[in-house]
Design a protein around this ligand. Structure first.
Ligand SMILES: Cc1cc2nc3c(=O)[nH]c(=O)nc-3n(C[C@H](O)[C@H](O)[C@H](O)COP(=O)(O)OP(=O)(O)OC[C@H]3O[C@@H](n4cnc5c(N)ncnc54)[C@H](O)[C@@H]3O)c2cc1C
Length: 502
């Protein structure tokens, strides 16, 4: 197999780069070791598009966050991804906190943010009536927003595929091939892909990929745990609420999600394993107590899920690494993309496109990257039952054209079978229960898939024409069914006196 460019990693960064580069006449392959995109850090984070007052403008983090934030409105409109610019508040309780809020404001203004404001008293409690009554001050940043990070990543990948990018799932980069200090291929578990350019967007594993080119840095996973509450608490807070940030993190926040749940977290601590996504009793307690400092009355009885994500923290460095390798030609590192990586993704992709142009010139001075005339900027609008709850006549018209939209498969999240069939056949198709969940939310609601999972499994099996026993939760080794009940009984040699026929 051959490609002009191979991107390693299907997180929000790899997918953003793939979409951006698909504007050019290039043969691009994105490889992802898991069975879907958005399976790494891009699925386990806060989903905040930060305003940009935290990081210093001298850092890439600061510059790229500020540049990206305004890009989200159009991008999300084009990709049909829900995005809400609800604004954020950093909460202060003391005079010392006020000093820190002023510092943050000053940094934000240096970064170019004009609409930051320190607010107090009635104004603050009008914005957030359920805040801890001891709150004194807050830094208000109206340009912060919320997004579903995995839906955003999938939409970017879908759009890249429509524009010609090949996405190879369950394809893991194992090594790279070079000749006279020039990249000439990627060795994967499925064979060699010949290429002159590799973009390393492998998230937590970017240090291991970089090592194969001779570049050296070390990534240490920094865990963050979360808790998610049922939708009935959607109005408990109106903005993203942060505590005063520390050196290690922005602290335990309380925020509505873009799908109307309530989210609290993350804590922050180092772990040894890059695959350690466990949640812990101590973590749950720490997150809950941390969040209660901002909102004292949290509905613990309506907690529906907890999860964790891992930050790709580069040892001894507090910034992204986005640069061409100095060791070999044709190798670009996009590494250490911790927060605000999601918020910075569109500008990171543009920056990588600029670096690629330089790299291409180095490889072949006469080669230019040509824009395609037929780049498709937007994904089509697709009807979702949940958006039509107060427009039943319009939904009825959709059902009359296609009866699958009349069959509801997930009651909690109000998802129809028509939407599920679409997810199975979209440009980057869903093949597992979790892939369905991330695309259309079936299984994300209060019952967490208790009711809809068997239905989803059955439809997947029928539509993909594979045995239900082969349907997985999230790729290899996560099959849901072990055996047919009848076979199990036969194997166990159980004999029933009066066989009941159903
Ligand atoms: C707790 C937490 C909270 C956060 N909150 C926010 C926030 O609110 N706002 C914000 O802007 N940012 C936030 N971030 C940061 C943000 O999530 C990351 O910057 C972003 O998701 C990084 O994306 P990525 O594509 O670099 O990495 P990933 O999403 O991890 O993608 C890398 C991909 O590479 C694949 N891969 C790895 N090795 C190989 C290989 N050898 N071959 C093929 N594929 C491979 C992986 O499977 C993975 O899918 C948060 C992060 C964490 C952990």
């Amino acid at each position: 197999m051959k490609a002009d460019v191979v991107i390693i990693g299907g997180g929000v960064i790899g997918a953003s780069i793939a979409r951006e580069l698909s504007r050019y006449s290039l043969n691009i392959i994105l490889i992802e070791k898991e069975d879907d995109v958005a399976m790494g850090t891009s699925k386990g984070n806060s989903g905040i598009i930060h305003a940009g007052y935290n990081a210093d403008f001298k850092t890439l983090k600061g510059r790229l966050n500020i540049k990206s934030n305004p890009m989200f409105d159009k991008l999300c409109q084009d990709l049909k991804v829900r995005y809400k610019r609800i604004g954020s508040l950093v909460i202060g309780f003391t005079e010392e906190d006020l000093g820190k809020l002023r510092e943050l404001k000053k940094n934000g203004e240096k970064n170019g943010l004009k609409n930051l404001e320190i607010i107090a008293g009635d104004k603050l409690f009008r914005l957030e009536p359920n805040l801890n009554p001891q709150t004194k001050y807050a830094l208000y940043a109206p340009s912060a927003g919320i997004i579903s990070p995995y839906k955003f990543t999938i939409a970017l990948a879908d759009n890249a595929v429509i524009n010609g990018v090949k996405v190879l799932l369950e394809t893991e980069a194992k090594d790279i091939r070079t000749e006279k200090r020039q990249v000439c291929g990627v060795v994967t578990n499925r064979g060699l892909i010949e290429t002159r350019v590799i973009i390393n967007a492998a998230g937590l594993y970017a240090d291991e990929i970089a090592k194969t080119s001779g570049d050296s840095f070390k990534i240490i996973p920094l865990k963050g745990e979360y808790q998610l509450f049922d939708k009935q608490w959607r109005n408990l807070v109106n903005h993203i609420l942060f505590p005063i940030p520390t050196k290690l993190s922005k602290g335990i926040l309380v925020t509505p999600t873009v799908h109307d749940n309530l989210l609290i977290g993350p804590n922050s601590y180092r772990v040894k394993e890059k695959g350690d996504l466990s949640t812990t009793r101590a973590g749950i307690k720490e997150v809950y107590e941390g969040a209660r400092k901002l909102i004292p009355h949290l509905p613990h009885q309506d907690l529906i899920n907890s999860f964790a994500g891992l930050r790709a923290d580069i040892e001894g460095r507090d910034d992204f690494i986005i640069e061409a390798s100095k060791k070999i030609r044709g190798f670009i590192n996009v590494a250490g993309i911790e927060s605000p990586g999601l918020s910075s993704a569109p500008a990171i992709a543009e920056m990588v496109s600029g670096i690629l142009k330089e790299v291409v010139k180095e490889i072949s001075p006469r080669l230019e990257l040509d824009y395609k005339d037929d780049f498709i900027e937007a994904l089509p609008e697709q009807p979702k039952f949940a958006d039509y709850l107060d427009k039943t006549d319009e939904w009825q018209e959709i059902v009359e054209k296609d009866a699958d939209y009349g069959e509801i498969i997930c009651r909690c999240e109000k998802v129809s079978k028509g939407e599920m069939l679409r997810a199975i056949h979209q440009p980057l198709p869903a093949r597992s229960l979790d892939a369905i969940k991330r695309r259309i939310r079936a299984g994300m609601g209060r019952c967490q898939g208790g009711f809809c999972s068997p239905k989803v499994l059955k439809i997947l099996s029928e539509e993909l024409k594979i045995s239900p026993l082969s349907i997985t939760k999230k790729g290899k080794s996560s099959e849901i069914l072990k055996t047919k009940t009848k076979d199990m009984i036969k194997e166990a040699g159980v004999k029933f006196k009066n066989e009941v026929r159903v």
